[in-house]
Write a protein that binds this ligand. Structure first.
Ligand SMILES: C[S@@+](CC[C@H](N)C(=O)[O-])C[C@H]1O[C@@H](n2cnc3c(N)ncnc32)[C@H](O)[C@@H]1O
Length: 466
């Protein structure tokens, strides 16, 4: 380690920090020409979680806070193992597209000579990662029942295990000069998956590429962006990352006052997504992007409950298979509700419309293939916004009301029980942090569902939409 005296003064580097790892990282930033404005500094003090960036002086909207040259990004192209990853491209392809980066990280993270050592050493053992994938299954099922996270984590864990056993381990074994199965274990792989989940960035496609890659949903592989990944997230963020051909820049999107934390955005993330991917949550009130799902199958179940005769049930089966054929609903699909209304409004509108049709109407609908005529998008959005819900046709409203009830029953406790816990500071203080985060997710989802339930209460208003 070099002494303070030998260390060059890095612009924006708050040398008063006694954090040696941070000092080494800032020194490395200087060497790779990653430039930082002297109006900001990295710190563990005053931030919402561990490292974060703080404003030292007032910052104007549009100011560049730091700039990262492209050769300081860590991905399979910049890693020392680039050539061997490139050679084996075909073998390493998998559905997530993460394997090459994960192999590069396994190598760089454990290599004492790695060019990336001062950066990766900021997280010596990934102790701070506490995604639900590290909780026990019992804990997940107890705390997160109904939130959708349990199933998402089970799928992740199955995929991680399979990816490691089928692709990574054989590859490591055949490249024993670079990797070693005793060091590069499944446990390390799992920690690195969580690290990539919560610290990596994915460059958005340029417009031309987007047009070409119409069917490709996940075209750019993830990469590690030193410094940008030191910023924490809030939905009401004040900075964002911009991509240009030479470098990536963190730019203030609002003015930031001295003493405030600089927050990036990880995207428009509901609390369940934040907990699943990043291991934290925002208070439901503060997260403007919070959502709750009603599974497609739950709306089907609600319609079956409302069907009064065998004939109705039979008709319903036909309607459901029509909706499946149209690609509107599916086994794993869900309707998503935000704080202001349904975000998958076209799908829900068509589903309610078809499920609530009389038999002759449905026959005509099928014959005329009327479904190919799109409904007016603005009208659909308005009808399924919170403002529009009380005015839905009574049959639609009833169906949505029953479906919401079923969705709410999937949770262990009611919304009032969670509200009481959240309002009692003493109880909250005694709660462990997993419990608190799970509570935020459950409470937010239930509040959104409860709101739909209230807005679709029968007899609340006369119908306008039919
Ligand atoms: C990209 S890193 C940010 C740097 C991180 N604080 C550190 O010290 O390494 C993302 C991680 O920071 C934490 N984090 C980010 N925003 C947060 C927030 N608003 N509240 C709590 N934790 C947050 C979570 O642990 C998340 O997985």
């Amino acid at each position: 380690m070099s002494s303070d005296a030998k260390r060059p003064k890095v612009e924006g580097d708050y040398v008063e920090t006694r954090d040696e790892r941070l000092q080494n990282f800032l020194q490395w930033c200087h060497e790779v020409e990653l430039t930082i404005s002297n109006k900001v500094f990295l710190s563990k003090e005053g931030t919402v979680a561990e490292y974060g960036m703080m404003a030292k002086q007032n910052i104007d909207e549009g100011e560049v806070l730091f700039s990262i040259p492209r050769n300081a990004l860590l991905n399979q192209q910049t890693s020392k193992v680039k050539a061997v990853l490139e050679e084996s491209k075909g073998i390493l392809e998998n559905t997530s597209g993460w394997v090459p980066l994960l192999l590069a990280l396994m190598y760089e993270y454990t290599s004492p000579q790695s060019h990336w050592k001062p950066y990766l050493s900021l997280w010596p053992d990934f102790k701070a990662l506490d995604h639900p994938m590290f909780w026990s299954k019992e804990e997940r099922n107890k705390l997160l029942k109904g939130t959708g996270i349990c199933q998402a984590v089970e799928t992740d864990l199955t995929n991680i295990q399979k990816e490691y056993t089928d692709i990574v381990l054989p590859f490591i074994q055949s490249h024993s000069n670079l990797w070693n199965p005793e060091k590069h274990t499944l446990d390390l792989y799992k920690s690195l998956v969580a690290f990539v989940m919560s610290y990596s960035f994915q460059e958005p496609l340029k417009e031309e590429e987007e047009e070409e890659e119409d069917d490709n949903e996940d075209p750019n592989p993830p990469m590690m962006v030193p410094m940008a990944d030191m910023l924490n997230h809030v939905s009401n963020h004040n900075a964002k990352l911009e991509y240009s051909p030479d470098c990536l820049k963190m730019v203030a999107v609002h003015s930031i006052q001295a003493g405030e934390e600089v927050f990036n955005t990880y995207g428009q993330m509901a609390n369940w997504q934040l907990l699943h991917m990043y291991g934290f949550t925002e208070p439901h009130e503060e997260n403007v992007h919070d959502t709750a799902d009603i599974k497609n199958s739950v709306v089907h179940q609600a319609a079956l409950q409302l069907a009064q005769t065998e004939e109705d049930q039979h008709l319903l089966t036909e309607k459901w298979s029509t909706l499946c054929d149209m690609g509107i609903v599916g086994d794993k699909g869900a309707f998503i509700f935000g704080k202001k209304g349904c975000l998958t409004d076209t799908e829900l509108y068509t589903t309610l419309k078809v499920l609530c049709m009389e038999k002759d109407e449905f026959d005509a609908f099928q014959e005329d293939r009327e479904w190919e005529e799109a409904d007016d998008e603005d009208e659909v959005t308005q009808a399924l916004s919170n403002e529009g819900l009380p005015d839905l046709a009574p049959t639609w409203r009833r169906l949505l009301h029953v479906a919401t009830g079923i969705a709410l029953n999937a949770y262990t406790e009611g919304v009032e029980a969670d509200r009481m816990l959240l309002e009692d500071q003493e109880v909250l203080g005694r709660m462990n942090s997993r419990n608190r985060r799970a509570l935020q997710v459950r409470y937010g989802q239930k509040m959104i569902l409860r709101q739909i339930q209230q807005l679709t209460q029968s007899g609340s208003s006369t119908s306008k939409t039919s």
